[in-house]
Design a protein around this ligand. Structure first.
Ligand SMILES: [Zn+2]
Ligand SMILES: [Zn+2]
Ligand SMILES: [Zn+2]
Length: 121
């Protein structure tokens, strides 16, 4: 269970180690390598238990919903800082930025917004 995002609606598959995590911090705690960044994210909806892919370079408002059950999975996380990198209205602005500038690295605003690797150990 994720203790960082209490209301997580999806699991995310880490592109580096192919493991499922609820958030980047879970990955950081379980692994000693950095979470790889990817444009095509793989999610698993916690509601219907089905997996789906999203291209983060073409992320759109409609992509905030599970394609299988319409579960709105992009929500304000119940955590001091939104680990999935979505903070209210900013999400759509960010999505457009990502789209416009393609695969531009944006460490503070990407889906794995917080690199917590440094805190380990
Ligand atoms: Zn990994
Ligand atoms: Zn977590
Ligand atoms: Zn679903």
């Amino acid at each position: 269970m994720c203790k960082h995002i209490l209301n997580a609606q999806v699991s995310i598959r880490a592109p580096c180690c192919k493991q499922w995590y609820d958030c980047a911090e879970c990955h950081a705690e379980a692994q000693d390598h950095r979470l790889a960044k990817t444009v095509e994210m793989v999610f698993a909806c916690k509601k219907c238990k089905k997996a789906f892919r999203k291209n983060m370079a073409e992320y759109d408002e409609s992509d905030e919903y599970c394609p299988h059950c319409d579960n709105h999975y992009v929500i304000d996380a119940k955590t001091p800082q939104a680990v999935i990198g979505v903070e209210g209205e900013d999400a759509r602005v960010d999505a457009r930025l990502i789209k416009d500038e393609r695969i531009k690295e944006n460490p503070s605003r990407s889906i794995f917004a917080r690199d917590t690797t440094d805190r380990i150990g």
